[in-house]
Design a protein around this ligand. Structure first.
Ligand SMILES: [Zn+2]
Length: 160
């Protein structure tokens, strides 16, 4: 098998009164991400990791925020289309490991649902999807609840 690793990172600004979507799940929160799409920072990081692993540039290249098609788009659609792109090159997903950095809310209760959503789109077992969360100990823009960071590492494989 030909296996390749990829990493992705994404940032969004947080503002009061917006929905917070993370890993395809709507999280009860006073603040949500400012974005052209639904602002699902976690799914965007996973998309970029998959594209990077397959050598397919990045999320901004495939889904530009200058294109009205992607205005307010559900990021689960973007992840599905990304999975289609790597599938065209013969790749399937071995595993995904993610970390979300945010001060609050606590998201541990929602990570099983996120794993189910992501694994459903990527056609793999939820056991192969890891979603972790951390604070930055009140340091920096995440600590001040001004923004959120997501990081993802993926392994993809295809027959030799
Ligand atoms: Zn994003």
């Amino acid at each position: 098998m030909n296996s390749r690793i990829g990493q992705g990172i994404d940032f969004h600004r947080l503002e009061p009164g917006l929905d917070l979507w993370l890993g395809g799940v709507k999280i009860p929160s006073e603040r949500g991400c400012v974005a052209y799409s639904d602002g699902d920072v976690l799914l965007h990081a996973v998309c970029d990791a998959l594209l990077g692993a397959a050598g397919l540039r990045d999320i901004g290249f495939h889904f530009p925020d200058s294109d009205p098609e992607f205005s307010r788009i559900d990021s689960k659609i973007l992840l599905g289309r990304t999975f289609g792109l790597i599938g065209e090159k013969g790749y399937s997903v071995v595993n995904v490991d993610c970390t979300v950095c945010l001060e609050k809310p606590k998201i541990a209760a929602f990570t099983p649902e996120m794993r189910n959503v992501i694994s459903g789109i990527l056609k793999t077992d939820p056991e192969n999807i890891s979603v972790k969360a951390t604070t930055t100990e009140k340091l920096g823009f995440t600590g001040r609840e001004e923004g959120i960071i997501a990081l993802a590492v993926v392994l993809i494989t295809r027959p030799q």
